[in-house]
Design a protein around this ligand. Structure first.
Ligand SMILES: C[S@@+](CC[C@H](N)C(=O)[O-])C[C@H]1O[C@@H](n2cnc3c(N)ncnc32)[C@H](O)[C@@H]1O
Length: 168
């Protein structure tokens, strides 16, 4: 199931808590939309200047540029992540946070996205993804990858869970 409405605050805060606020390195957000998770990242303490927001929809990009003037907004396709990020990342990212409705994509597309995200991330840094599904959006036992999950967030509509993948 894809997302039906902007992420709720508890879900967005849960995603943001996996991001290291002490780092100076970039934080990449995929599919920020109108900024529900972006706001939570900033409230969590992530400096807006660290944010690289990859959004497909030009209307949302215009809105994001207005709302987050110090962030880097990339109008591009998260599923061709290397192309979308090649000229904007000045250092390995300290997190990739995805608001994409990932489970609507075939598993091979999801795995390619995670592989490209690991290519952009510093070693051990998290790829953070929510899902409304009971099953994890990416298999939990990929070779060389450690996986953790939040509690199910019942307050979100629909209830959701956050999955975090790190390349060991
Ligand atoms: C369901 S909305 C989530 C918005 C916001 N992150 C939230 O949690 O409320 C999914 C967002 O991903 C964007 N999106 C979908 N496919 C994309 C792609 N291939 N590349 C970048 N953004 C994409 C959509 O335009 C939309 O803004």
């Amino acid at each position: 199931m894809g997302a039906v409405m902007p992420s709720g605050r508890v879900l967005a805060r849960t995603m943001a808590q996996y991001v290291n606020v002490d780092s100076k390195e970039p934080v990449v957000e995929l599919g920020p939309g109108t900024g529900a998770i972006t706001n939570a990242l900033i409230e969590h303490g992530v400096d807006q200047k660290r944010l690289v927001l990859v959004e497909y929809n030009p209307g949302f990009c215009a809105l994001l540029r207005d709302r987050y003037p110090h962030a880097t907004i990339v109008q591009g396709d998260a599923y061709t992540l290397r192309d979308s990020l090649w000229n904007v990342l000045n250092a390995p990212a300290s997190a990739v946070v995805s608001g994409l409705p990932l489970v609507t994509k075939p598993m091979l597309t999801r795995l390619k996205l995670v592989r490209d995200a690991f290519g952009a991330l510093a070693p051990g840094a998290p790829f953070v993804q929510f899902t409304y599904s009971v099953a994890p959006p990416i298999p939990r036992s990929l070779p060389g990858v450690s996986t953790e999950a939040s509690e199910r967030i019942w307050m979100n509509l629909p209830p959701a869970r956050v999955w975090v993948y790190r390349k060991r």
